[in-house]
Design a protein around this ligand. Structure first.
Ligand SMILES: *Cc1c(COP(=O)(O)O)cnc(C)c1O
Length: 412
């Protein structure tokens, strides 16, 4: 299958050979993995990087004078620079390694506790993941600040005029996801950032769901904070990054105390290390950081434009096929979305559909997708969510659609 882009060499069958897991069987059927929005699969190149690390140069970083420690430190810092270049951050110390998106958001939320006072306001969107709601509620409890919510419309897009009405000089921080994990909606983040900056508010974008599909340029966006998880973009679990503008990272106090984040320690006073180490207390996920760098190399080698064009083809194909099933309703129909389809059939419980198609080797997600407010908006307990990656195929979509039809016939 060829894709009409400038990188016409994209061949999905060749790509699939890089992913050993894609050739396994589940319940006797070839695996069809459509749960990419929860976590992506890992190519051999990244697996090899992990094996190589533990086979050849596993050591603690930044402290040792010995060879292994220096090799591990070099590889880890090279990965930081790869990540910096990928997101076009101005400085490598603006890239902070974290254990993932959730950790990165909590780091920022905890830091803002010392910058906010009663009467200040934080704006979040109605489309958020729970990891994006709870830390702000905790921050509001601590500081007396108030949480405001940008409402969404039926098609799953944010109401921008209502966002503008919420903005005032009381707004200190605006938080939205770049792409919604529940519906796939791509939010108009450039406009959100511009409007928020006009009232002097900082903007934190959750890029967890965008980063596998869209190469964000943090300088071009002029975003203050951007957070991602490696495991949603072909990397391992347990590692991610916080990008922060240097001036903001300097304003925030350290998140955790420990080794690595200090300059000097006495019982009277501790001084903190410079960026990025100020926010990297303790031994990090060294291998994970290096493997994240390898995952970015892998995806950049294919090219994000190629990936996005191919995934849009899959999205359009699957949307068309699913719409042929009577009684099937798709949630999230904004014109700008990534390759995620959330749907229900009549009043069949999504869990039942998920269970039946798992028996046929198909992995999808069912439930509220950590976005209960979005489900409440539609008045449903949850959806079936199929999310595609660049290693999926139209043939897999055909298998999936047939399986959904079969489940529907069994359940209705
Ligand atoms: C997955 C996801 C998160 C949480 O990421 P973790 O890796 O579990 O920390 C946050 N926001 C969005 C939009 C996500 O898709």
């Amino acid at each position: 299958m060829k894709v009409a882009t400038e990188k016409a060499h994209f061949n999905v069958e060749t790509i699939r050979k890089d992913f050993p897991i894609l050739s396994r069987k589940v319940n006797g059927y070839p695996l069809v993995y459509f749960d990419n929005a929860a976590t992506s699969q890992t190519p051999q190149q990244v697996i090899d990087t992990i094996v190589d690390y533990y086979s050849r140069y596993n050591a603690n970083i930044h402290r040792g004078v010995h060879t292994l420690s220096q090799e591990a430190t070099d590889a880890y810092e090279e990965a930081r620079i790869k990540i910096q270049k990928h997101f076009n951050a101005e400085k490598s110390h603006e890239i902070i390694f974290t254990s993932g998106t959730t950790h990165a958001i909590n780091l920022v939320a905890s830091g803002f506790a010392s910058l906010l006072k009663k009467g200040d306001e934080i704006i979040v969107s109605a489309l958020e993941h729970h990891s994006n709601i709870v830390p702000w509620q905790m921050l509001c409890e601590k500081t007396g600040a108030q949480l405001k919510v940008i409402p969404m419309g039926e098609e799953g897009a944010l109401k921008m005029d209502e966002f503008e009405a919420l903005l005032s000089e009381r707004t200190k921080l605006v938080f939205v996801n770049h792409v919604s994990n529940a519906l796939g909606t791509v939010n108009p983040v450039k406009e959100i950032i511009k409007k928020a900056h006009e009232v002097g508010a900082a903007v934190l974008l959750d890029g967890a769901q965008a980063a596998p599909h869209i190469k964000a340029d943090v300088q071009e966006l002029d975003v203050d904070f951007y957070v991602v998880s490696a495991h949603k973009m072909c990397g391992p679990t347990g590692v991610g990054v916080l990008y922060g503008k240097e001036e903001w990272l300097n304003k925030l106090p350290p998140y955790q105390g420990g080794g690595e984040m200090i300059a000097t320690v006495t019982f009277e006073k501790t001084t903190y290390a410079d960026l990025p180490h100020k926010f990297e207390a303790g031994t990090p996920n060294i291998c994970g950081g290096i493997a994240f760098g390898a995952a970015l190399d892998y995806m950049n080698n294919i090219g994000f434009d190629t990936i996005a064009a191919y995934e849009q083809e899959l999205l359009e194909y699957a949307t068309e096929k699913l719409r042929e099933i009577e009684g099937l309703k798709i949630y999230g129909t904004s014109g700008e979305k990534t390759a995620v389809i959330s749907f229900n059939i009549g009043d069949i419980h999504p869990y039942d559909i998920g269970t039946i198609i798992d028996k046929l080797g198909i992995a999808v997600r069912t439930g509220h997708h950590c976005a209960q407010p979005v489900m409440d908006f539609y008045g449903i307990p949850g959806t079936v969510r199929a999310s595609f990656a660049f290693y999926n195929t139209k043939e897999e979509i055909d298998v999936f659609v047939k399986a959904v039809e079969r489940a529907k016939n069994m359940l209705s």
